[in-house]
Design a protein around this ligand. Structure first.
Ligand SMILES: [Zn+2]
Length: 81
């Protein structure tokens, strides 16, 4: 399922293959493309979630909302893109 990049850690996912359920923070990072990053089930490796890489506006909004990943990304911007 598609999610917003910074909402992954606190979102709960269920794997359609093996039934694993857990938080996005427990997912394994999967393939990384130019525009998209995928996360896989930590139990069976099936793709569970993907998100577009956030732009600067989205990162700023998430950082202002208290998201620590966004705050860290903002400090490094644009080097870590
Ligand atoms: Zn699974």
């Amino acid at each position: 399922m598609q999610i917003r990049y910074y909402e992954r850690r606190g979102t709960r996912f269920t794997c359609a293959d093996c039934g694993w359920t857990g938080l996005g923070s427990e997912l394994e990072q999967g393939e990384v493309f130019a525009e998209i990053v995928e996360w896989d089930c930590p139990h069976c490796g099936r793709k569970v979630a993907f998100a577009q890489f956030p732009d600067l506006d989205e990162t700023r909004r998430a950082a202002e909302g208290g998201n620590r990943d966004a705050q860290a990304a903002l400090e490094d911007w644009p080097r870590n893109r």
